[in-house]
Design a protein around this ligand. Structure first.
Ligand code: DGY
Length: 319
């Protein structure tokens, strides 16, 4: 009897999906909170495949400890945890889960827009703190309808959000390096980055995080926005100079923000963001629904097994 090749699974999967992998491979499973380093991954130097999450760096140091590895299947659409160039050089196929989480992330983005502009989280804190019962009136907020939404990075998720924003009565602008040909959902109009920052009442960041987009939004960008504008980020924390954002929120350079992602996650209790009442803070829940996580897990396992079997996976990032 030939022994099975070994696969590392760095997340908890539904038992039927784990069984699909176990039917063909020996599986070593760890929770996603277990982050391997180059030293500790050496214990698994014989793995051929690795299903993991964005919490796990997959860098040159780690890859150099894994000579048999041919596939990394990321249980996420983002793959900023992976040094793709290093993986490609070593012949390791990287996979992600595009498409299946667009609606879920769009839902959180729309909720974040409404929550920041209409002050929904603040209003809830106001009620729970007994302010309403104490006879105080919640301060007036701003309308969402009639306002301008500017989407930086109009891709699959932006195309889900734009028509919803239009249905809410917003005008939608977007900026991409290359404008989209033809009619864009939500009748979104392409404008320059500077025009988008100047005209938008809500600036929504949906750019993927890469080496080039680290720090994509900084102090100058906040300064270019209206002082009544809201900044919404459901993408990645490292896209933003977080110190500049905090300063802009503290000094009224912009009116508020809603963040589902931060530079350091989980957000440390000592972060100045925690002290600010004009920011909605969410714990990276864009894709966090039962149905969407199941669809992501299905695709991540398909990707892993297809790639290991030599077939083209649906979510292939590098080849
Ligand atoms: C993704 O899939 O990239 C989500 O942000 C979860 O990390």
């Amino acid at each position: 009897m030939t022994s099975k090749s070994k696969v590392l699974v760095s997340t908890v999967l539904p038992s039927d999906l784990l069984a699909r992998i176990e039917a063909e491979y020996e599986v070593a499973q760890f929770p996603s909170s277990h982050v391997f380093t180059a030293d500790s991954i050496g214990d698994h130097s014989d793995i051929v495949g690795w299903l993991t999450t964005v919490k796990q760096p997959v860098n040159a140091d780690i890859l150099s400890q894994l000579p048999s590895l041919t596939t990394v299947s990321n249980y996420a659409v983002g793959y900023d945890n992976v040094e793709v160039g290093e993986a490609t050089e070593r012949g390791v196929q990287i996979c992600n889960t595009p498409g299946v989480l667009d609606n879920a992330v769009a839902e959180v983005a729309v909720g974040a827009i409404l929550s920041s502009v209409r002050g929904l989280s603040r209003a809830e804190r106001f009620v729970r703190a007994g302010e309403w019962a104490g006879g105080n009136a919640f301060p007036l907020t701003a309308d969402v309808h009639g306002k301008v939404l500017g989407i930086l990075g109009m891709g699959r998720i932006g195309k889900r959000i734009a028509p919803v924003a239009q249905a809410l009565g917003m005008t939608v602008l977007y900026h991409n390096r290359t404008p989209i040909a033809g009619v864009v959902p939500g009748d979104a109009t392409h404008v320059s980055r500077s025009e988008l920052l100047e005209r938008s009442d809500v600036v929504l960041l949906l750019v993927p995080l890469t080496e080039e987009t680290k720090g994509f939004i900084g102090a100058d960008d906040f300064a270019a926005m209206k002082d009544t504008a809201f900044f919404v980020n459901p993408a990645r924390g490292a896209l933003v100079d977080e110190d500049a954002l905090i300063a802009a929120l503290q000094t009224g350079v912009i009116a508020g923000a809603a963040l589902d992602v931060m530079t350091i996650e989980p957000l440390p209790a000592s972060s100045p963001l925690m002290e600010l009442d004009n920011v909605v803070l969410l714990p990276h829940i864009g894709s966090a629904t039962v149905e969407t996580r199941r669809a992501m897990a299905d695709l991540a396992v398909d990707n892993l097994l297809d790639s290991l079997a030599g077939s083209q996976p649906r979510g292939a990032v590098n080849n």
